[in-house]
Design a protein around this ligand. Structure first.
Ligand code: FES
Length: 131
């Protein structure tokens, strides 16, 4: 179980909940009364976009060395595979740059904006609305 903190979603929806690794972020939100707008639930419309921040460090990270490589790989981030569909939607809606999408693919790391209907929880997360 990992912590997922929802912050900025409105009265009564800012909370810390526990989620299973591998669970879908949107399902965790719904099951805990946090409202995230949705339309397609298939990674196409972008209405469920949220800002995500990994909290804590990946289990195998080494804090004694630099956290971020010069080329953008952050060893403290969890390995997260994002589908092309999600990355394309995020780029089309201007939530991330094409470079961020390419870097996410290359290093298997998630972007700072995710689609809740596509986001598999890998570790502790801070989740905020995308505005
Ligand atoms: S609900 Fe449409 S992309 Fe998530």
């Amino acid at each position: 179980m990992v912590n997922v903190i929802f912050c900025g979603f409105g009265e009564g929806m800012d909370k810390r909940v526990f989620a299973k690794q591998g669970d879908l972020l949107l399902r965790v939100a719904v099951n805990n009364g946090v409202v995230i707008p949705t339309e397609c639930k298939d990674g196409m419309c972008g209405s469920c976009a949220v800002r995500v921040e990994e909290i804590g460090t990946a289990p195998d990270s080494d804090d004694t060395q630099s956290k971020i490589d010069p080329d953008g790989w952050d060893k403290n981030k969890y390995t997260t595979y994002m589908e092309d569909k999600e990355l394309n939607t995020l780029v089309e809606m201007g939530a991330i740059s094409k470079l961020e999408a390419e870097s996410a693919q290359q290093y298997a790391q998630q972007t700072p904006v995710r689609l809740a209907c596509q986001c598999i929880i890998k570790g502790p997360l801070l989740v905020k609305p995308f505005e």
